[in-house]
Design a protein around this ligand. Structure first.
Ligand SMILES: Nc1ncnc2c1ncn2[C@@H]1O[C@H](COP(=O)(O)OP(=O)(O)OP(=O)(O)O)[C@@H](O)[C@H]1O
Length: 320
């Protein structure tokens, strides 16, 4: 099986007194597609830079194919950086073939591969156009193709979907699936949950430099808990009616209430309890959890925890 493409073991990265990544442990197993999620500033790009050896961690250990990132292991990696940048005067074809050659492909092979990839991404007619003549989305596609032209074993894509329209986002999803079928392991960062939902085996979620979740999609939905949405006629207090029956309501939108389902209790039980309590029910729908909900819930928990810790630290300072 060989070593995992990537293992981060308790890595921490500080910039001055600011900790961008704190004690992050994660693993990207061979053959997986892992989504790396988190809001702006969560520490995703910093972690990916450490994975590639562009930044060194202040603490902890990075292992790329079983060793510290080095020239040999990096040949097997394709990387799309968050900061985009291509040589404006080069043609699309020359750009892709140049990056493939840097990673060891022969000149002839790299040109053939560039043509193939440009055709596949709908850019066949622009193969000989200079990058300066391409639209923003087109040059983004050229940059993505440049990262995978040498058929890497491990693809690390930092926000690959940003800057692409919905049709091209779909094209990129298809390409990621193809790369995976070819045998590549893939790690990509995003804050668009839908891509992760469709593509990933597992996800790692970050907030404020800390890992807040690491597991499969099913486990992520499990972390959120199940719920049912019950609509009642205006003015009825469903919370007051269901609380004595052991149900908890944490959200409400107009007259639609989100009733949490404790373990072992299903949606029908909540409906029955609401009817028994005399609720004038207008609608009933078991909630279909989305990754977006899990994300919002875990990120807000992490933010609340941060706030609690800083208030506690403030109080401790004042007392001292
Ligand atoms: N070289 C640096 N010097 C100082 N601070 C930095 C540096 N690089 C990143 N940071 C800070 O570290 C934090 C994490 O940044 P990072 O780019 O890793 O987040 P991210 O999760 O990739 O966010 P985004 O989705 O916005 O790209 C941010 O607050 C950022 O300002």
């Amino acid at each position: 099986m060989g070593p995992a493409p990537l293992e981060l073991d308790a890595v921490t990265k500080r910039f001055g007194s600011f900790t961008a990544v704190r004690d992050l442990t994660m693993s990207v197993p061979k053959g997986s597609i892992v989504g790396f999620l988190g809001p702006n500033g969560a520490g995703k790009s910093t972690s990916l830079r450490m994975a590639l050896g562009v930044l060194s961690p202040d603490k902890g250990k990075v292992s790329l194919f079983g060793a510290q990132p080095n020239i040999e292991s990096l040949r097997h990696v394709g990387f799309l950086p968050e900061e985009r940048g291509l040589y404006k005067k080069m043609t699309a074809r020359a750009t892709i073939s140049y990056f493939a050659r840097l990673k060891g492909m022969s000149a002839g092979e790299s040109r053939k591969r560039a043509d193939e990839l440009l055709e596949r991404m709908g850019l066949g007619d622009f193969a000989r156009s200079r990058v300066s003549k391409l639209s923003k989305g087109m040059s983004q596609k050229v940059q993505i193709l440049s990262s995978l032209a040498h058929q890497p074993d491990f693809l690390i894509l930092d926000e690959p979907f940003s800057g692409l329209d919905p049709v091209n986002q779909q094209g990129l999803e298809d390409m990621i699936i193809e790369e995976h079928k070819r045998g590549a392991t893939i790690l990509f960062s995003t804050h668009v949950m839908e891509h992760a939902e469709r593509l990933c085996d597992s996800i790692v979620m970050m907030a404020r430099g800390r890992k807040v979740f690491d597991g499969t999609l099913d486990e992520a939905f499990g972390a959120l808990g199940r719920a049912v949405l019950i609509g009642v006629s205006a003015g009825f207090d469903l919370d007051a009616a269901l609380k004595p029956k052991g149900f908890e309501i944490n959200e409400r939108s107009g007259d639609i209430w989100r009733v949490k389902l404790p373990a072992g209790v299903d949606a029908q039980d909540a409906l029955r309890a609401a009817i028994d309590a005399g609720a004038p029910i207008t609608s009933f729908r078991p909630e279909e959890a989305r990754l977006r909900d899990v994300f919002v819930s875990l990120v807000s928990e992490a933010e609340a925890e941060d706030l609690r810790q800083s208030l506690a630290a403030d109080t401790a300072r004042k007392v001292a």
